[in-house]
Design a protein around this ligand. Sequence first.
Ligand code: TXA
Ligand code: MG
Length: 332
Amino acid sequence: MHHWKPAKSFLSDAVGAIREGRLVGMPTETVYGLAGNALDPSTLASIFEVKGRPVFDPLIVHSHSMEEAFSLARSVPPEARLLASRVWPGPLTLVLPRRPDLPDLLSAGLPTVALRVPAHPVARDLLRQCGLPLAAPSANRFGRISPTRAEHVLEEFKDEREVAGVLDAGPCEVGVESTVVGFPEPGRARVFRCGGLPLEEIREILGVEVEWVDVRDAVDDPELARRGEQSPGMLARHYAPATPLRLLEEHEPAPLVDGPAGWLCYQTAPAGLRGPVEVLSPRGSPAEAATRLFAALRALDGSGVREIIAWRVPNQGLGMAINDRLSRAAWG
Ligand code: TXA
Ligand code: MG
């Protein structure tokens, strides 16, 4: 695959590849996506195949405008319209009733479709120039850490013929995936995945309680996904480094470890740690920590340690998304 850098100079190559049914690494403000024509079933099949993703886990469709995004839904509840008008383009994905003529693979057979208008200028240019909605899961192999730099996408897929190239626009600003919100019935909003749009902001915009289930309490029941009460992706205990990860409470003291360990700290590292240390945000900003999270996990994972020890971060704002990804990684 090509390393298209700088991204802006290679947009027409990327557009050409997508029109031919191939896949492209697309920078977004959250993480890099593996993008392809959302309306072409064989392209969708190759996304699942290249990622090694189970077909029960549906994809997000990316659009350049709210109008195009909503044209893919059968109906749009007022809460969804309100959220979209305040947040799009941005790190929000809405799960809405799907138009029946969309390819089944997109929705993994569910009656809903996940829609998002990303904010990254390169993603927006690509979407506009393709003139097509693009399906784009995070550009990692299933169960692996999401990519926040073009180099991560190359690491994942460099030998994959179906992936034409990655548009390199540098590191992603948000660093965790979009927040996925569904509306199981009128007046109810449910967060299926914490992400780049904090829960507090959704509450403030909608002025209602927003339901959310901690991944540690999620129940493994596909029927709940079918009824729109949860997302198939909620069950995936993934985002795991290959190295086992142990998750500590926020203020828990560093444990004694036998053998080499890597340490993932929020604001400061306790004195006397032996082995590689990553500090996510010395100034204690959850947003900065989110930006660095996946690159830090990849670095520790690649450092040859036997175990990664991580601390939970304060559970507010983007901290909720960070804790969610760390909880999943600890399942590994
Ligand atoms: O930030 C993001 O959302 C990135 C960038 C590339 O846009 N994309 C991303 O896609 O994270 P992916 O495929 O890695 O995650 C999609 C999530 C999964 O948890 C999936 O289960 C959920 O969205 N999802 C997709 N369609 C759904 C649906 N119809 N109902 C419920 N959940 C759905
Ligand atoms: Mg993903």
